[in-house]
Write a protein that binds this ligand. Structure first.
Ligand code: AMP
Ligand code: GLY
Length: 426
């Protein structure tokens, strides 16, 4: 099969790496790709906002499956336009992608389907929003309603912080995404992510994972796209997973089908495991980055078969298999991220790294003149398997230390909760 994978992050390098292990794959194109995807497929400089250009490329190349990695093209209807052109696409329609594109849409679905989530209110007016946080007090959570690249959320410890976030939103800090704000009750507990693939009717839940969103050690500092992740998430027992499927995942897919927008693709549910049970923080309509990297490392089954089954409505009875080992990934980012940072520095020491149990996935890199150059904020995602999370962590950091990139940094404590849990076990 000939596959076109859309995207350019660590997620797409990991998906591409896993796809190349399928005996069914004959050719992989990645658009636009990065320095890492160029090692597993052929990068093509398509403008993915030009849906006709993408469809024409697929027709010319005889593409059998298109996989859409990031959310923006999904929210913009790329999957719809490609399907209309007769292509088989893994990824939800624009209507179904509202699950990520609009927080208010998801909150309304939660209300309809009784999905546990934080209490919330939505405001289109700054004064009303300010009055609301003053009345409620802190801690309280302020969110831009639309897509803001993971940066539109403020978990405010004080009313002043919440007021500041509201003013920023309405002043246009997140563009159109901030035209409305959602103000939420602050949930307390441990976070976990659950991924489920759906073909519009049936779904299959994948392994659990946990991400580290804050930039600094000890989960401090501003939110980022994700500084590291591990799988499985030890906080998610089999019993808890069953509860999450019954109370959150299944009602989401049923509610979407009932609303005439069946979900086809991968749903990424961000959860808070509270004292009163799992609650939905947010839905995303794609694999997480860097959660995808640890999932791909642990997936034993053929990824291409799985995604084709989902894209063709044939998922019933499919059950992916996983390695028993844990996987952990450490993100190396350019100094300054998630604020401003420089690009163009040379990354050395990558040559010696990489086998089936340790992979350096590229996020923001480009290959130039035989060198790998940093070209983004999050740049590398060093991913290792291990018998335990502690072992995967030690292997990943050994590889990090072998990389020669003074302009980069990483957190030194990825996986700390899970490692602590392992140590506490008798
Ligand atoms: P989001 O972009 O919605 O995933 O939010 C980013 C991060 O903000 C989440 O991963 C949580 O750590 C935090 N967060 C979002 N909503 C809440 C909430 N209602 N209560 C507590 N923390 C939250
Ligand atoms: N790692 C979180 C995300 O992909 O949104």
């Amino acid at each position: 099969m000939k596959v076109l994978l859309i995207g350019s992050g660590g997620r797409e390098h990991a998906l591409g790496w896993k796809l190349t292990q399928s005996p069914k794959l004959t050719k992989l194109f990645v658009a636009p790709g990065n320095g890492g995807t160029a090692q597993v497929g052929e990068n093509v400089a398509l403008d993915v906002t030009d849906h006709e250009m993408v469809a024409t490329f697929c027709a010319e190349q005889g593409i059998d499956l298109v996989i859409v990695g990031p959310e923006a093209p999904l929210v913009n209807g790329l999957a719809d336009d490609l399907r209309a052109a007769g292509l088989v696409v893994f990824g939800p329609s624009a209507r179904a992608a509202q699950l990520e594109g609009s927080k208010a849409f998801t909150k309304a679905l939660c209300d309809r389907m009784n999905i546990p989530t934080a209490a919330y209110q939505r405001f289109a007016n700054e004064d009303d929003a300010l009055a609301h946080v003053r009345a409620k007090g802190a801690p309280i959570v302020v969110k831009a309603d639309g897509l803001a690249a993971g940066k539109g959320v403020t978990v405010a410890e004080t009313v002043a912080e919440a007021e500041h976030a509201i003013r920023e939103c309405f002043a246009g800090a997140f563009g159109a995404a901030g035209a409305e704000v959602v103000i939420e009750e602050c949930l307390v507990g441990e976070e976990a992510s659950i991924f489920a693939i759906c073909d519009g009717k049936s779904f299959v839940t994948l392994a659990s994972a946990q991400d580290h969103k804050r930039v600094g050690d000890g989960d401090t500092g501003p939110n980022t796209g994700g500084m590291g992740a591990y799988s499985p998430a030890p906080a998610v027992s089999d019993a808890l997973l069953g509860q999450i499927e019954r109370e959150i995942i299944a009602p989401t897919f049923i509610g979407m089908a009932e609303a005439g927008m069946p979900f086809q693709g991968v749903l990424f549910a961000g959860l808070m495991l509270t004292k009163t049970g799992p609650k939905l923080i947010e839905h995303n309509v794609r694999f997480g980055d860097p959660e995808c990297q640890v999932l791909m490392m642990r997936l034993r089954s053929d990824l291409l078969e799985l995604l084709v089954a989902a894209a063709s409505g044939d998922l019933a009875g499919v059950k992916p298999e996983w390695r028993d080992e844990a996987a952990l990934t450490v993100v190396m980012a350019a100094r300054g991220y998630p604020g401003s940072y420089d690009t163009g520095s040379v990354i050395g020491g990558l040559e010696a790294l990489g086998d089936e149990t340790l992979q350096v996935f590229h996020a923001g890199t480009k290959a130039e003149g035989g060198k790998v150059l940093a070209s983004g904020g999050r740049v590398l995602s060093i991913t290792a398997l291990g018998a335990t999370v502690a072992e995967a962590q030690a292997r990943a950091y050994r590889a990090v230390d072998a990389i020669d990139w003074p302009e980069g940094f990483c957190r030194r404590d990825i996986g700390w909760r899970a490692v602590g849990r392992e140590l506490a076990k008798p």
